[in-house]
Design a binder for this molecule. Sequence first.
Ligand code: ATP
Ligand code: MG
Length: 263
Amino acid sequence: MSVESPLLEARGISKSFGGLQALRDVSFSVKKGTIHAIIGPNGAGKSTLISVASGFIKPDKGQIYLGDACVDRLSPQERVRNGLVRTFQDVRGFSRLSVFENVLLGSHVHGPRGLMDFLIRARSVGRFNSSESENALSIMDAVGLAGDGAVALSVLPFGKQRLVGLARAMASRPRVILLDEPGAGLSREEMDVMVKAIQTLVAQGVSILLVEHHMSMIEQLSDEVTVLDFGQVICNGRWSDIRMDVRVREAYLGGTLTGHAAG
Ligand SMILES: Nc1ncnc2c1ncn2[C@@H]1O[C@H](COP(=O)(O)OP(=O)(O)OP(=O)(O)O)[C@@H](O)[C@H]1O
Ligand SMILES: [Mg+2]
């Protein structure tokens, strides 16, 4: 597959919740090895789009392609096995488990048994799968969690908890990670760490669909940006080309496109 071929494609996605049309004929494509951002004001449909792409919500119309394969019939877990994994807008994880265990759990989708079995196996000395463990340790190292493996998730600072979410997604050995607001709630310093972590993972070959309100992150990270407003694509292009676009600025009326755009 060439650098320019789409790795993840949304084709004409529409989704209504009752009378509310959350997505209307949305199409975009994420090229291999790139970071493709989805931005838009609160309620624009960004998280819904991630839920549709990852299989948590069934669209009314449209298809999702991973490479050449339509994944519409696959469950979220089957999509993860095929290399398409998401993170959530809120921090999720097992608060009493260690950072290492939380990251390791990301790889359990490839195992033959359930989550509990995976955990028990991971904890029992001697039956530990070293390739999963090495994978988890190397990802923790890449995102800046190398010294935190033994710490319970709940006692980590918020910024590091978000890094654990990213690391856990990476542990499933994805081709594409769908990131829903990885910068939400982070301090400026924590955001810098997150930006570096994402850049490191992309350098390792993963592609990213990035939903984010912090325009500094969009500016630093995105290769291409799709702008959603009221569930519709209003603009698509490089950030440097679209940031002054009148449609984009109107969509953000009341916010600021230089910092935290909305929310
Ligand atoms: N499960 C649901 N049931 C009903 N309405 C929903 C549901 N999920 C989302 N919506 C509505 O769909 C619209 C799009 O929501 P979505 O969460 O995708 O927006 P968003 O762009 O992610 O916003 P934010 O920036 O605040 O996270 C909103 O009006 C929201 O209230
Ligand atoms: Mg959202």
